[in-house]
Design a protein around this ligand. Sequence first.
Ligand code: TMP
Length: 231
Amino acid sequence: GGASTPKRGAFILLEGVDRCGKTTQVSLLVKHLLSLSIATVALRFPDRTTQVGGLINEYLQSSVQTDDRAIHLLFSANRWEAAPNLVNTLTSGTNIICDRYAYSGVAFTSAKRAEDRSSMSGGELSLDWCMSPDVGLPAPDAVIFLDLDQDQAESRGGYGGERYEKKELQIRVRQRFAELQAIDEKQGRVPWHVVDAAQSIEEVKEQIAKIVTDTIDRVQSESAPLRRMWG
Ligand code: TMP
């Protein structure tokens, strides 16, 4: 390419336990970036609008027993089916702010136990098993983890009625996220930024906005290549 090759967009991921305020922050952030004329789109997983996403939605809203591995692979498939479009968006110079991704996939499945399900497997599914279907997906340029302990999450009005919105499971999910953070920090590729989600919406918003503008600057000034997950 010549001098006019456009810089790619940054892929910024927000992760966290249920009720941490991710969805609110993603929409505030996209509005903020657009107001600065920075091309940005929001993505979220699961993307319930596709056929695969429809199956995931049915699963989350029902109590029908389905094998945990089969469901895990559907969540991963839901990311893979979005990946070509995700890469094209970044290549065209648009930034992506994403609400959940492979880290949620691994954290939730690996946190399940026999009492949360009824499948062939007795024990918990290992992190390695859970990570493998997502290996090779486009990797984010930064993970922003909105951290909130379970008492604070509950004090926000309790969980909704979906399958995973139970306190004991959510406590284990938060531990799994910490393990995934440690793996990324050991690999030294995907930087994590932990933000205290117990602060006010405005404070959280300001901290996130700073991380995001720094990440966009870094990706552009270094012409950083898009990496692959856990490769
Ligand atoms: P949502 O509330 O952000 O729409 O996510 C729905 C639930 O799905 C939430 O409890 C997290 C869970 N989840 C997984 O179990 N695996 C995944 O891969 C993703 C993206 C979400």
